[in-house]
Design a binder for this molecule. Structure first.
Ligand SMILES: *Cc1c(COP(=O)(O)O)cnc(C)c1O
Length: 465
């Protein structure tokens, strides 16, 4: 048996299983049939002494995994903020794995680097960010937030004469502010970057940063500062008032970073323009491609207006690394030296959709969320708690116990999957519309399931049956 046969048989096996998964995705029950403990019990805990034929390994993997797989790509999966995957993006991802190009430097991997650079330019244009911004392909918005905040920290320190290469020990304190509703990943990135968790500034009911409070917070102390704003609150979908917030922060000399993990994509839809007015005047932005753009995990984007600041913070120099002359290498825009060419599936998804297709995608996600909210609001006993401005819908029954029971009923019944959360002091069932396939049919089936669930748990009378 030559090695080509081994690839062919392993890949054919994977292909067959992948197609079966993808083709049954729209109709399978969404929650896994087995939990993690049951899954672990299925697997041999002891590393076998002898090897196994690759195709047999893949067949066993797919067969054993099946009952523990969540149908996250279903058009009726609304948990967390999770996209599905477009066919071209998935197929491109397979090629990326087959090519196995370590896309840290441009010179050794011209093909994948060129596709990534092209995708980055397309994105900056599509999201209407400043031309010439530096773009790093990170694993997700968390690592993109980190890349941007490290850049921000260094830039504000350099501006007061401290060389960040000397470390934070002798550096002036960098003040770090964010609204109350800041995403936990920004706080995590702040901690890793040595900024600590952000000092929280007030926010309104929907989670939008309080402008007067931001101004007050910035004026109460002096020194270098970083302000993190948010495009898309995970509960309400709300957007900060970017124009005024950025003016206030810049007037105080602060660097403005925007966490736009899913909300930045609103930029692609003309009717949603008002939500992100002024956002292009920030200094850096983090977003995900694996959420709204529906490429496979994992792919986030770190965008910094001043690319040279990004390269100063994240670039490395070593004699053995080939360095392209005038243009920065991919490894100088994220905190990774070796990585897969995760920007290539982004190129493929953008090429599959075109500008119009991206606009239609994001528009459809927003319209489907609005339609869900309208449907939920018509169900006796249910209330939609947020202003549905984008893709997020939080619904609650008369009391927390019934709301929790509704979430459990839905997840067990299997037509839809939505996560439970706490928001505004109440238990909620949270629907995040992020899958490219979520349209009128999914919306109708979802409203029907929620109606049955609300009735089953007695949502209208506040009594858990
Ligand atoms: C998902 C999300 C993040 C974190 O992104 P990952 O891709 O999971 O790392 C950050 N901020 C917001 C608003 C998010 O929705």
């Amino acid at each position: 048996m030559n090695s080509d046969d081994r690839y062919r048989r392993a890949l054919d096996t994977a292909h067959r299983h992948a197609l079966r998964w993808l083709e049954t995705l729209p109709d399978r029950p969404i929650a896994p049939a087995m939990d993690i403990d049951a899954m672990l019990e299925r697997l041999d805990p002891v590393l076998p002494e002898n090897g196994t034929d690759p195709a047999t390994v893949i067949d066993a993997l797919a067969t054993q995994a099946e009952p523990g797989l969540m149908a996250m790509g279903s058009p009726r999966y609304y948990g967390f903020v999770i996209g599905g995957t477009y066919p071209s993006a998935l197929a491109a991802d397979w090629l990326v794995a087959a090519w196995d190009q370590n896309t840290g430097s441009r010179q050794p991997t011209p093909a994948t680097a060129a596709f990534e650079e092209t995708a980055a330019r397309w994105l900056v244009d599509l999201l209407r960010l400043p031309e010439g911004s530096g773009v790093g392909f990170a694993t997700g918005a968390t690592s993109a937030n980190l890349a941007c905040l490290v850049t921000a920290r260094d830039a504000v320190l350099r501006a007061v004469g401290h060389d960040p290469v000397a470390g934070l020990g002798a550096a002036p304190r960098v003040r770090f502010f964010a609204g109350d509703a800041v995403h936990t990943s920004v706080a995590l990135a702040g901690r890793i970057a040595g900024l600590g968790v952000p000092a929280t500034v007030g926010a309104d009911r929907e989670g939008r940063i309080d402008l007067a409070d931001l101004e007050r917070a910035l004026s109460q102390s002096a020194g270098p500062a970083v302000v993190a704003l948010q495009a898309g609150d995970v509960h309400s979908g709300a957007f900060d008032a970017f124009g005024p917030a950025i003016d206030i922060a810049h007037a105080a000399g602060a660097w403005v970073h925007v966490d736009g993990a899913f909300g930045l994509w609103a930029r692609a839809v003309p009717r949603l323009n008002a939500l992100t007015d002024g956002i292009e005047r920030a200094d850096s932005w983090a977003t995900d491609a694996h959420k709204t753009l529906n490429v496979p995990y994992d792919c986030g984007l770190a965008v910094v207006k001043d690319e040279s600041a990004m390269v100063s913070s994240l670039g490395v120099h070593a004699e053995y690394l080939p360095q392209a002359a005038a243009v920065s290498d991919p490894l100088s825009r994220v905190a990774e030296l070796s990585r897969r060419a995760r920007g290539v599936p982004v190129w493929a998804a953008l090429r599959e959709l075109g500008r119009t297709g991206v606009t239609e995608l994001v528009d459809r996600l927003g319209s489907s969320a609005a339609a869900l909210a309208e449907g939920f609001a018509s169900i006796p006993g249910l209330t939609v708690l947020n202003e549905v401005v984008f893709t997020q819908v939080c619904v609650a029954a008369a009391d927390d116990r019934s709301t929790a029971a509704l979430g459990e009923w839905l997840r067990a019944e299997g037509t839809v999957w939505a996560s439970s959360s706490r928001w505004q002091g109440r238990t909620v069932v949270r629907f995040s519309v992020s899958n490219h396939g979520t349209g009128p049919d999914a919306v109708a089936r979802t409203i029907d399931a929620v109606r049955r669930g609300a009735s089953a748990v007695g949502a209208a009378d506040g009594e858990v049956r």
